[in-house]
Write a protein that binds this ligand. Sequence first.
Ligand code: GCU
Length: 374
Amino acid sequence: MPTPILTSPLPDLLTHTDGTPVTKESWSARREELVAILAENIYGEMPPPCPVQWVVSESEMTCAGFVRHDTVKLILHTPRGLFTFPIQVFVPTEAENPPCFLLLNFRDALPDRYFPIEEICNSGFAAAMVCYEDVTRDNGDFSDGIAPFLLDLPRTEATAGKITLWAYAASRVMDYLITRTDIDTAKVSLIGHSRLGKTALWAGANDDRFFCAINNMGGCAGAAVERFRNEGAETASRIARVFPFWFCEKYAYWANHVDEMPFDQHFLAAANIRADTPRRIYNCDAVLDRWANPAAEYLSVCEAARVFALLGEAQPFGGVEDTRIGVPELFIAENAEPFHVFGSRLGYHLRRGNHFLSRRDWVMYMTFLSGEKG
Ligand code: GCU
């Protein structure tokens, strides 16, 4: 049975830092270890939550009158004063207690190509959106947006990078969403594409209130196991050089010493698994998106399945022995066969086409969250 060829052995999810084996009972402690390792070495420390107020600044009916659209201003009472950012919320009025998506998006203007509001609402889901650059700009300026309100500057080794600040904002949006009475607040799923897929997973690792963390092609520093090198895939050393501000400063060291890392990106997927909540995780890749290293993301999903199995919730993924990841070309050949695997807690699909958050992906997410088996 082919197994992935790794540049060095993967740090084991099911062994505690002190070398003792992880048991079902000790998973919660292990999960906390994973979050601490990821904060210290990759993303930086998550600032503590702050109180949130809000004002619905505009409310209208849209989509032929079937959907309520609220523009809401969130007011964060940070330790250094008030910081505000807008979000958009769409709720189908014909659905009772609809589950909801929270999209971390690249742009603030609507309509947006990553956000098919009408289709989502017509399928019985509500949908909220926050534009990440309304939180803080996607650059190395830490005097921008929310950053100076939360961080002690200048930054030190463990200070949060921008991914952590965007994830922090997702949690503050959640503070607001759980107060709404027109959505199923136990079923708010966080979704992000690419750099925001990385962010969705990190937010899910830090906040147990998200029902599902959806990583759409997050790739390097997302779910892609760094030690599983495949043709055309982004490397840690490149991402740390080009986007150093996404991470804490310590990551720059590890990015050039990958085989010494006491972690890998399967820790991020697994840090989303809670013993005591019905948390789900979904990952998607595209065959023309070699940059995101699809087979390496799938490996993380398989690793996450080992944790679910330990918790007594077996998922239909094969662990590292999964025959697919032994043949990474299956994920990136132009004629690769798309496939999907849906478990009760873990979902994955590989689709044709390139790097994009497409209607096809949304359909898969909605199907998975509707509880249908693939
Ligand atoms: C770049 C970056 C990726 C990232 C992507 C995106 O390609 O190298 O790591 O995921 O941008 O966010 O679109």
